[in-house]
Design a binder for this molecule. Structure first.
Ligand SMILES: [Zn+2]
Length: 226
């Protein structure tokens, strides 16, 4: 973190608000209670799809395409008014057993650390294809930035749980953002304001021993995200 910088709160200044894009977009936010629930279940908030204003067939197919298991902002469940559901529409707060079932199907993948020098933001996420991810983030104007670059990537067997562990270590550095995807505004929860070393340590301490990690340019990254 830069000396003198003010730490952004979880719902702090909206970093990627773009008035040109905001018009007409419907977007939800995870509540504090939902964020606490996700953390208790070791689910990375970044892996939760914003289904606000979407009908079940719509979010089900969008989630399948994105490879995401859980959604928020769905129609409240009959029991407790919860809106966190599986892609198939099951309330995960009423029945946490469905979470383990969904997570078993998570595939191996790459946990990565990407950065935007212009905004100073870092992002931890998972992807099956490291080669195209930075381009996608720029295309989506993720967190309001369009200069995302891939800085580090580790191939792991259980990408979802490694991603959660890495993000959880940086919880105090998290900042909320938005992006734009297929005509809809989406919230994003895996953006961080911290030094490259802090984010790097969070990822490397979350991956199992003997994991193969590729890193682009340590010295340069340290100077850009100081
Ligand atoms: Zn429920």
């Amino acid at each position: 973190m830069r000396p003198g910088a003010v730490q952004a709160s979880k719902y702090g200044p909206n970093l990627c608000r773009n008035d040109r894009l905001v018009a007409g977009g419907r977007m939800g936010e995870l509540s504090t209670e939902e964020l606490d629930f996700l953390r208790s279940q070791k689910i990375a908030a970044s892996g939760v799809f914003d289904a606000t204003g979407m009908r079940k067939p719509e979010y089900a197919s969008a989630m399948k395409e994105a490879g995401l298991s859980f959604a928020f902002g769905t129609t409240p469940c009959g029991n407790g008014g919860h809106t966190l559901r599986t892609r198939h529409g099951h309330c995960i707060q009423c029945n946490t057993a469905v979470i383990a079932y969904q997570l078993r199907h998570h595939k191996p993948g790459h946990v990565y650390l990407a950065g935007s020098a212009a905004s100073g933001l870092l992002k931890i996420g998972t992807t099956a294809d490291v080669g195209t991810r930075a381009w996608q983030l720029c295309n989506w104007r993720y967190g309001g930035a369009s200069d995302w670059e891939m800085l580090l990537a580790s191939h792991v067997e259980n990408a979802g749980s490694v991603e959660f562990a890495a993000q959880d270590k940086l919880r105090d550095r998290a900042t909320a953002g938005e992006y734009w995807r297929e005509g809809r505004r989406q919230s994003c929860y895996e953006l961080f304001r911290c030094s490259y070393d802090e984010a790097r340590d969070a990822v490397l301490s979350a991956v199992p021993a003997n994991t193969r990690t590729e890193e682009r340019d340590l010295a340069r990254a340290r100077s850009l995200w100081a």
